[in-house]
Design a protein around this ligand. Structure first.
Ligand code: FEO
Length: 166
């Protein structure tokens, strides 16, 4: 059984992952609007990945005899000043998610909930990848100065992303 506090905190993380999905889908719409269709594709896959994160936690709550509770999802921003600004936002958002995951691990440890701690380790590892990939794209976008052939080529590269298995 999950403690009430652990259950509530995991449900808050479901909401945070759904917000992440919403945020990245909004970024995808922004990139489509400015005709960077490769980046739009990259963001759409990112939104799908976040949905799988939310469902992974949702399933875990069920498995432990808890009750997934869906709350309202905050509206994400609609536009950004430049592609660089978008990826700065992705990186800072992922850093925030990492700290949320770390807080959940701290709670699981303090409650001696070894199963939840073990479950969360997948997310700990995932966040290392998430931050690294956001930073990788951010550095490349910065190099292009948000324009010209460099941005065109980066967009082509981003368009090749495939969905990684959950
Ligand atoms: Fe679900 Fe991007 O962390």
């Amino acid at each position: 059984m999950l403690s009430q506090k652990m259950e509530t905190s995991l449900n808050q993380q479901v909401n945070a992952e759904l917000y992440s999905s919403y945020l990245y889908l909004s970024m995808s719409a922004y990139f489509s609007e400015i005709n960077l269709n490769g980046a739009a594709h990259w963001m759409r896959l990112q939104a799908q990945e976040e949905l799988t994160h939310a469902l992974k936690i949702y399933d875990y709550i069920n498995e432990r005899g808890g009750r997934p509770v869906l709350e309202g999802i905050e509206a994400p921003p609609k536009s950004w000043g430049s592609p660089t600004e978008v990826f700065e936002n992705v990186l800072s958002h992922e850093q925030k998610v990492t700290s949320l995951i770390n807080d959940l691990v701290d709670l699981a440890i303090s409650e001696k909930d070894h199963a939840t701690n073990n479950f969360l380790q997948w997310f700990v590892a995932e966040q290392v990848e998430e931050e690294a990939s956001a930073n990788d794209v951010l550095q490349k976008v910065k190099m292009t100065g948000n324009q010209g052939g460099g941005l065109f080529m980066l967009d082509q590269e981003l368009g090749k992303r495939v969905l990684s298995p959950a």
